[in-house]
Write a protein that binds this ligand. Structure first.
Ligand SMILES: [Zn+2]
Length: 386
C-alpha cells in the first residue's frame, strides 16, 4: 500500500452535502467538550469515555497543530476561546476549503443556532437548506384535527418546495418507526392519526412514533419530491440509541426504491449507512435514484475505519453516485475535521484503486473532485465559493 500513487485533492474545495448549523455560543469548557463528540446520552460516557475514542484523540491533535499549542483538551480550548464565534467559523472553514454546505435545519434548535446570514458571512460558503419532514408533520398534526384537513395542508405546503426556500427534504424516520416505509389501509391510518391527536390533546405536542400515520405522510412527501425532482436525505445507520439499528439498514428502503413513481426522486443515504456501507453502496449501484453520502466527522471513527468505508463504497458504486459530507453539527470543528479527513481518506483510497489498475491517475483525481464537490453541487444546486 505504501507505493500507492498520490491522488492530490488538497486544493479541491468541498461541498458538504449533509451538515447542520453551528451554535451561536462557542464557549464550551474542558469538562463539556468531549460530549460534543459522542452520540451516547449516558452521563459517564459523555463525561469520561467520549474523550478516549480514536476520533477524539485525533481531533485534539489536529486542534493543537492548528493553534500551535500542546495537545491536551484544556490547552487547545484556551487557544480556541481567544476567537469569537465568527472568527472561529471563518478560520476553520477557510482552512478546510469548504466551498458549499447543504444544511439540515432540523437540529440544533433555531434558538441555539448561529443565524443563517451570520453563518454565511463567517463561513464564506454557498449554502442551501433542507426541510426536516418529521418536524413539519408534527407541527401540522398539532394544528389539524381531521385527517382530510391534514392531507390538504401537507399537499399544499409541499407544492413548491424550492419556492419555499428549500433544496430538498431530510427524513429521520429511522429514528421514529424505521426505514421500512409501508402503504397502509385507510382504517389503520385513521386510527393512527387519532392516537397522534390524543397525544396532542394530552400534552400539546406529538412525537411521531405512529407508524401508519408517519408512513402515509412520508408517501405524500415522496410524491411531491418525485414531482419536483427534489432530493430526499434519509438518516441511515449510526446514530444515538433512539435509533433501532436493526431497522436502520438501507435495505429496509426496498419498497420505496421499487416504487416506479418515485424514480424521479433522488434518494441520499446518509452517514455512509455505517455500519451498513456495503448495503448502501450496493443500492447506489443498482437503483438509478440511489446516492450514497460518505460522512467523515460523524460517525466518530478512526482513519482506518473511514478508509474501509470509503473502499467499500468505491469498490462497487458508480463515482457519480457518491458524495462527501461531515454531518458536522453545533461546533465548527466537526465541519473542519470532516473536510480535512475526508479529503485525505478519499485521496488514499483512490490511490489504492490506481495502484490496483482500476483507475488511471487522472480518472482518480476527477473522481475525487466529483465526490468532494461536483456531485453534490449539481444535485442540490449549491453555489461553490472556493
Ligand atoms: Zn445529520
Amino acid at each position: 500500500m505504501s507505493s500507492s500513487p498520490r491522488v492530490d485533492l488538497a486544493s479541491v474545495a468541498v461541498v458538504d452535502n449533509h451538515c447542520h448549523a453551528v451554535e451561536a455560543r462557542q464557549d464550551a469548557d474542558a469538562a463539556d467538550w468531549p460530549a460534543y463528540f459522542t452520540e451516547s446520552p449516558d452521563p459517564g460516557m459523555r463525561g469520561r469515555d467520549a474523550g478516549t475514542t480514536a476520533f477524539y484523540r485525533r481531533l485534539i491533535r489536529a486542534m493543537a497543530d492548528f493553534y500551535g499549542v500542546a495537545a491536551d483538551t484544556a490547552t487547545v480550548l484556551e487557544a480556541r476561546a481567544r476567537l469569537g464565534t465568527d472568527e472561529l467559523v471563518a478560520r476553520l472553514f477557510a482552512d478546510a476549503r469548504i466551498g458549499g454546505v447543504v444544511v439540515d435545519t432540523g437540529y440544533p434548535a433555531p434558538e441555539a443556532a448561529m443565524a443563517g446570514e451570520a453563518f454565511d458571512r463567517a463561513s464564506g460558503a454557498g449554502r442551501v437548506s433542507l426541510l426536516r419532514l418529521e418536524l413539519l408533520f408534527q407541527q401540522l398534526v398539532a394544528e389539524n384535527d381531521t385527517w382530510p384537513a391534514l392531507v390538504d395542508v401537507v399537499r399544499h405546503t409541499l407544492t413548491d418546495v424550492r419556492g419555499s426556500g428549500f433544496a430538498g427534504f431530510k427524513s429521520i424516520v429511522a429514528y421514529r418507526t424505521g426505514l421500512a416505509v409501508e402503504r397502509w389501509a385507510a382504517g389503520d391510518v385513521e386510527t393512527s392519526f387519532r392516537a397522534a391527536r390524543a397525544e396532542v390533546e394530552a400534552t400539546g405536542a406529538v412525537r411521531l412514533g405512529h407508524k401508519p400515520l408517519l408512513d402515509t405522510l412520508l408517501h405524500l412527501a415522496f410524491a411531491a419530491a418525485a414531482e419536483q425532482e427534489l432530493p430526499v436525505q434519509f438518516h441511515v445507520g449510526y446514530g444515538d440509541p433512539d435509533v433501532d439499528l436493526r431497522r436502520a439498514s438501507p435495505l429496509e428502503l426496498r419498497a420505496v426504491f421499487e416504487e416506479h413513481d418515485y424514480r424521479a426522486m433522488p434518494v441520499v443515504l446518509l452517514h455512509g449507512c455505517w455500519p451498513y456501507t456495503r448495503e448502501g453502496a450496493y443500492l447506489a449501484s443498482v437503483y438509478g435514484n440511489a446516492h450514497l453520502d460518505l460522512s467523515y466527522a460523524i460517525p466518530f471513527l478512526s482513519m482506518g475505519e473511514m478508509r474501509s468505508m470509503t473502499r467499500a463504497a468505491l469498490g462497487v458504486a458508480p463515482l457519480t453516485k457518491l458524495m462527501f459530507s461531515s454531518d458536522g453539527a453545533r461546533v465548527p470543528e466537526l465541519h473542519w475535521m470532516g473536510a480535512r479527513d475526508g479529503r485525505s481518506v478519499l485521496s488514499a483510497a483512490l490511490g489504492e484503486l490506481v495502484a490496483d489498475g482500476d483507475l488511471g491517475v487522472d480518472e482518480a483525481t476527477r473522481a475525487g473532485e466529483r465526490i468532494l464537490r461536483d456531485n453534490a453541487a449539481a444535485l442540490y444546486g449549491v453555489e461553490v465559493t472556493r
